[in-house]
Design a protein. Structure first.
Ligand SMILES: *Cc1c(COP(=O)(O)O)cnc(C)c1O
Length: 664
């Protein structure tokens, strides 16, 4: 192979995001030159000089592996079919090198695409390309500081489709370039307003994820929904399912209704009836405050354009998003999506129940079903453990195949302990490098990493400081806490929570065993799932619609210690982890005094931690106890078949996509 061919092969392998979950491809790319943290392999490849490539010519093993990997990739992705399902989401978390996500919603969307690729579903993602992505976090004087980076789509493997779509705005038309990323066999379209044809202010519409004022947000969502629908059509795709991952892409419906009116529908209601069979809505929030709403004053000029086109009064268009409380004074995106979708679902069983109650007065609200979130196993499980599972269970453990997981009891306890030692090293090294803290590898490592939203109560354990101090001082049963997560830049209480955790880490009571690990992203998250023994989850029930971080930790062998909320409420069996007792076991939004509830649940969580430390260290410090290993095996066998994105996307296909496609 000549150097140019080698370069071509390397670029091909680095451009398709399959390397984010194919750890052999990833290792092959890393052999060229270890990337700096967060660096896309394509950037590394493009930095190689012709001399570097000529030097590779002698490495026959590497070139043979490369040729094999490229052949395998080509055979998988050959002839991408036109998609039946267009999956719309404001964020996609596919890799830390493509920072187009803020939290769980985006990671879920990325995992959905990957599992769809694994299963060979005819699905494509539709989103935005944010030049500045989401912010990076630095701790400055004990508080969160925010740093902004700039990203170039083409350097991250994006293909320019050559398409530009138009999105009508008051007094002007905005255009968006359509990039296409390859995610295994699946395409992800990403719309980008940073093009020369737009006025300076409009080029900034897709600048950052979840920042700016309501108008900025509204314009982003118009580009996502209307522009996204137009991009799909311009590619010649006619999806039988438009899947809305949360309400942010709901303006897609304006475009779908518009087409029906052009095709002869005489009223908005008639047009809606014609589009309904093609629309699926997944809601992700159990609280009214989490729903996207726009004041009439803001949105009216944008919707007036559509009212004029359709020859109807503005109130008829506003009525599409009639708010259950504020009527036409507020445009409610969830109401729009529910009224226009033939099917809708929540993301855990409990969240389904809560959503039916929350949306009871909205048309379509009472028919909400649920499909519980799952996680993409090969993205999140350590390569070391993947190899062990492949060997011992067979290759189908990753899609949740039940008989495969039933073999987990055959795993050797010695091997289970050895892999833990091994994968824990990455976390201990990362914490050492970033925080200058040495974690005792014999301690029970308890992790907590997620957005610092107040309902997640990162500070719950601090409510009984003297009891927490006793746990941290115990030399017979050492415990180490690792926290990570970002607060939204505008979330003042969330930032205060974060500062409280950082501050606690340097008190004498923390005993050097309470660490905040900064700059949370998918790479930090992976290191934590691979290295923690326990995954702590302390939301106010029922605010955590599903949660997914505990599922990722569970696949890696960590035991969940959690409030019975979201996915855990339906999957805990009392032995596959540790439940934190609720102060008031009523389902729903209890009227209980918040402080009293938090004090009670804090005490319950601390009780559990003492119990866990005793069980973990029962056979002496330095030996993960037999009882603990047994619990790990039981957790794998009960959760493995249920928490994967393979199971989740399979459920979407069977229960929602297929019936919708068959009804066409
Ligand atoms: C899984 C994941 C989340 C979601 O975690 P939750 O516990 O569901 O809030 C957020 N961010 C990253 C980087 C993740 O990997």
């Amino acid at each position: 192979m000549n150097p140019q061919e080698t370069r071509q092969h390397l670029r091909e392998l680095a451009s398709n995001l399959q390397w984010t979950w194919n750890h052999r491809d990833r290792a092959l790319l890393d052999r060229l030159a270890p990337p700096a943290a967060g660096e896309h392999p394509l950037t590394v490849v493009d930095r190689l000089s012709d001399d570097d490539l000529a030097a590779l010519a002698d490495d026959e093993v590497l070139l043979a592996d490369l040729a094999e990997a490229v052949t395998a990739l080509r055979s998988r992705v050959s002839g991408p079919p036109t998609p039946d399902v267009a999956y719309f989401s404001p964020e996609f978390g596919i890799s830390e090198t493509l920072p187009q996500y803020s939290g769980g919603l985006g990671i879920l969307a990325g995992d959905h695409l990957k599992a769809a690729s694994d299963l060979g579903l005819r699905l494509a993602g539709v989103g935005l390309f944010y030049r500045h992505g989401f912010f990076r976090q630095e701790i400055v004087d004990g508080s969160q500081g925010e740093r902004v980076e700039t990203h170039h789509a083409e350097r991250l493997g994006a293909i320019d489709t050559g398409l530009m779509v138009e999105v009508p705005m008051p007094d002007r038309t905005v255009v968006a370039r359509v990039w296409r990323f390859e995610v295994g066999r699946v395409s992800l379209l990403a719309l980008d307003c940073d093009v020369g044809a737009n006025a300076e202010a409009d080029r900034a519409i897709t600048d950052r994820l979840y920042s700016g004022d309501r108008q900025h947000r509204l314009e982003q969502e118009l580009v996502l929904g209307v522009g996204g629908a137009r991009a799909v059509a311009a590619l010649g795709w006619v999806p039988g399912v438009n899947h809305l991952n949360e309400g942010h892409a709901g303006f897609l419906l304006l475009e779908l209704i518009d087409r029906e009116i052009s095709a002869g529908a005489t009223t908005i209601a008639e047009a809606l009836d014609r589009v309904r069979s093609r629309v699926l809505f997944t809601t992700h929030t159990p609280v009214p405050a989490g729903i996207d709403r726009f004041d009439r004053d803001l949105i009216e000029p944008y919707l007036q354009l559509w009212a004029d086109r359709w020859g109807v009064d503005i109130d008829e268009v506003l009525a599409l998003g009639r708010d259950p409380d504020a009527g036409l004074a507020v445009f409610n995106m969830a109401a729009l999506c529910l009224a226009a979708a033939s099917r809708a679902n929540g993301v855990s069983r409990l969240h389904g129940e809560v959503s039916r109650e929350l949306f009871a007065s909205v048309p379509g609200g009472s028919t909400i079903t649920s499909i519980t979130n799952g996680v993409h196993a090969r993205t999140w499980v350590s390569p070391r453990l993947q190899n062990l599972f492949d060997e011992m269970l067979g290759p189908r453990w990753d899609d949740g195949e039940a008989t495969t997981w039933s073999r987990v009891g055959d795993l050797d306890a010695v091997e289970v302990r050895a892999q833990r030692r091994d994968t824990q090293r990455g976390l201990i090294d990362l914490v050492g490098a970033r925080c200058g803290t040495e974690i005792d590898p014999d301690s029970l490592i308890i992790g907590f990493a997620r957005r610092f939203a107040t309902y997640k109560r990162a500070d719950l354990l601090l409510r009984h400081p003297e009891r927490l101090a006793a746990i941290l001082a115990d030399t017979d049963r050492p415990v180490h806490f690792v926290f990570a997560g970002k607060a939204h830049p505008a979330d003042v209480p969330g930032k205060a929570l974060l500062a409280a955790i950082v501050a606690h880490g340097s008190t004498p009571e923390a005993n050097g065993r309470f660490t905040f690990l900064p700059d949370y992203d998918m790479a930090v998250a992976r290191a934590m799932y691979h290295g923690c023994d326990v995954w702590l989850n302390t939301p106010v029930r029922p605010h955590e619609a599903s949660g997914t971080s505990g599922e990722k930790a569970a696949l890696n062998g960590a035991l969940n210690c959690s409030i019975l909320d979201g996915w855990w409420a339906e999957m805990s069996d009392g032995r596959n982890g540790f439940d934190i007792a609720l102060h008031d076991p009523k389902v729903g939004f209890a009227d209980l005094d918040d402080a009293e509830r938090d004090l009670g649940e804090s005490a319950n969580a601390l009780d559990r931690i003492i119990e866990m430390a005793a069980e973990f260290h029962a056979d002496g410090v330095g030996n993960v106890s037999a009882a603990w290993v047994e619990r790990m095996l039981h957790a794998w066998s009960t959760l493995g078949p249920r928490v994967t994105a393979g199971r989740m996307v399979g459920d979407y296909e069977r229960l929602l996509y297929r019936p919708m496609l068959d009804a066409r």
